[in-house]
Design a protein around this ligand. Structure first.
Ligand code: SPV
Ligand code: MN
Length: 625
């Protein structure tokens, strides 16, 4: 048996060895040595923060054929396998030691058994390839929020994407102590076809050894399964935050401008493909993050940072009209990786782009033509619905200047939203913190979307939009959220939003851009500038406050009919939702806080009282007094 050091010395070139040893951390050295022994790469490349190294990764992604250049300078595209187009819940499992239990709601496997399985799949997987080693930081560098990470991958595409999405932190990691903890991620694309696409679909696995803060991923390339710092790290930070008394959330953060030039920071949680990124980058506002936020109490303030530094955003329905900021980035020279789009004439095309699209090209199914069918006879769309773009936040004209502030920003409000066709009004504010956490966060019910492999349009509860990533008991997580604001003088206001409410005919009652008005209303509420109408489920906007906002933000004349259609309280639908949520908590959330049941009960009572007075469907004008 080699010692760790001997093995590293033998397998790395002198230059790469020196680079690795300069990061004097025992866990990292052991992790790398073990990964080398296991996966047997031909070479090891230790990537520093230098432009030269980062450019090398970018160049290799193209040279090895994992990415291909598009017409616009700096733009490339990458395809994932046909059956590898989203996060895969089925094969994503926690490794749980025999002596421990984890919520039954979480997909898991006994640790030893799972480790043996995934290590078996990783064995020799990097033969003939280069192992890339990256040092990265979650949260701004050198801050109380930062979480040091090490990613090993044999995919230049994954390494390149992480460069756009995270903060390179080789220099920062050189300063960490020998025994300090770091998160470790080991990914291999596994078996590849001639187009450098993972093909061993049956053996796709993402296993998470939370006992060692180490995650394994194999036979997949889709970002959400492979980039350790994205959803794999979120699971680990949720555990760390639980131990240390802070919060790691599936939330965007943006700066919303208000009267007199003030700026108010809002955060929000939405399940994948429910409007999170588009809310984060509303035109005229600033974006600080679109996916993962950390919250800490600092000197009695509620402060937030973005764990990431880039966007892995859904491209479907990105149009010049609705999303001008990102449209601009996707059309001008600069670094962009397009993922699972259609390529024709070296240009990217996607679903719902608002311009004419070609009838043939190349997409995630290979050569594509209009009418092409899959093995089951189903028509293949020109691009996958979950096609994405990867860009650094600093490429956006409206990137928030506080992105790298080590102290983060003070949060004025936060929102929870899902795809709820029937019950919730488009926007409402909770009566207090706990009421909001329970009624909008812990009650979040949503239709499943294409961002996760499986059936679309099925209603499910997705607590705080973070359920896929919870690695602590769900009840504990809710309690932590409720308790977090203790000792904070001005906790953020809590809002519930729903961009997907439909009328009886099944039509959406709102336009896609209406969310901008809701956000502006929240901004006014944070500063107490406008009153609100009390309704059984929360506080809703007054018609007279929305009229000027619709005019100012969208240049629309907001009608009373629209207001009534959107803000009518649907009592039976809300009562039915409460029943489902209560049942869900009783059956699936052992230890759900008493506050959840108390709050649901009070809301039910309020709804019943209102029904006595006003009937099943209550016009907001009846409540305005
Ligand atoms: C999401 O699905 O919530 C995403 C994309 O942000 S990923 O997790 O990377 O699949
Ligand atoms: Mn996400």
């Amino acid at each position: 048996m080699h010692s760790v050091n001997e093995l590293l010395k033998e397998k790395l070139t002198a230059e790469n060895y020196d680079r690795l040893i300069a990061v004097d951390n025992a866990k990292i050295h052991e992790f790398v040595a073990d990964a080398i022994e296991l996966t047997n790469p031909q070479k090891v490349f230790v990537c520093t923060d230098s432009d030269q190294d980062v450019n090398y990764v970018r160049r290799m992604a193209v040279e090895k054929g994992e990415e291909n250049p598009l017409e616009t300078p700096g733009h490339t595209y990458h395809f994932d396998g046909y059956y590898d187009q989203g996060r895969d819940r089925e094969i994503t499992r926690y490794l749980v030691p025999k002596t421990e239990t984890l919520s039954e709601a979480l997909n898991q496997i006994e640790r030893e058994e799972g480790l043996a399985e995934i290590r078996g799949l990783l064995k020799g997987s990097m033969k003939g390839r280069t192992m890339i080693l990256r040092f990265l930081s979650l949260g701004p560098a050198g801050s109380v929020f930062s979480v040091p990470c090490v990613q090993i991958t044999d995919s230049w595409y994954v390494a390149h994407s992480e460069d756009l999405l995270y903060r390179s932190a080789y220099e920062q990691l050189r300063k960490i102590g020998r025994d300090e903890n770091v998160f470790c991620f080991l990914h291999s694309s596994g078996k590849l076809n001639e187009n450098m696409i993972s093909v061993d679909v049956e053996n796709k696995r993402v296993y998470m050894d939370y006992t060692k803060d180490t995650m394994y991923s194999v036979n997949t390339q889709y970002g959400g399964n492979t980039m350790g710092l994205k959803k794999l790290a979120l699971r680990l930070t949720i555990r760390q935050a639980d131990r240390e008394g802070w919060l790691a959330e599936h939330m965007f953060i943006s700066g919303v401008s208000g009267p007199g030039g003030r700026k108010t920071y809002l955060a929000g949680a939405f399940p994948s493909a429910c409007g999170k990124t588009s809310t984060a980058m509303l035109p005229g506002e600033t974006i600080m993050g679109d996916d993962i936020a950390y919250f800490r109490k600092i000197n009695g303030e509620f402060r937030a940072v973005n764990a990431e530094a880039g966007i892995f955003g859904i491209i479907q329905n990105v149009t010049s009209r609705d999303d001008p900021t990102i449209w601009d980035v996707l059309h001008k020279p600069g670094e962009v990786i397009f993922v699972n789009i259609l390529v024709a004439d070296k240009k990217p095309h996607w679903l719902g782009m608002g311009t004419e699209t070609p009838d043939k090209g190349v997409n995630f199914s290979g050569e594509w033509f209009k009418g092409k069918k899959d093995a089951k006879g189903k028509e293949i769309p020109l691009a996958h619905k979950n096609a994405r773009y990867t860009v650094a936040l600093k490429a956006l004209a409206n990137c928030d200047p506080e992105l790298e502030n080590p102290e983060g920003v003070v949060l004025g409000g936060l929102m929870y939203g899902g795809r709820d066709p029937k019950a919730s009004v488009p926007v409402q504010q909770s009566f207090d913190w706990t009421h909001g956490i329970v009624s909008y966060g812990a009650s979040l019910e949503t239709e499943t979307t294409f961002a996760i492999i499986g059936e679309e349009g099925v209603m499910e509860i997705n607590l705080m939009s973070i359920q896929d990533f919870l690695a602590i008991p769900l009840g504990k997580y809710i309690q932590n959220n409720i308790d977090f604001v203790r000792g904070i003088d001005n906790p953020p206001l809590v809002f519930g939003v729903n961009y997907f409410l439909r009328d009886k005919q099944g039509n959406f009652v709102n336009g896609v851009r209406d969310k901008h008005v809701w956000v502006k209303w929240m901004e006014l509420r944070v500063h107490g500038d406008v009153p609100a109408v009390t309704c059984p489920t929360g506080q809703i906007p007054r018609y007279e406050d929305l009229v000027p906002l619709f005019k100012q933000v969208l240049d629309n004349d907001y009608t009373k009919e629209d207001y009534i259609k959107q803000f009518t309280i649907r009592v039976p639908e809300n009562l039915a939702k409460i029943e489902r949520v209560e049942k869900y908590h009783k059956e699936n959330v052992p230890g759900s806080p008493q506050a959840v049941y108390d709050t649901l009960k009070t809301t039910r009572e309020r709804l019943n009282e209102a029904r006595e007075l006003h009937g099943d469907y209550i016009s907001p004008f009846d409540l305005a007094g």
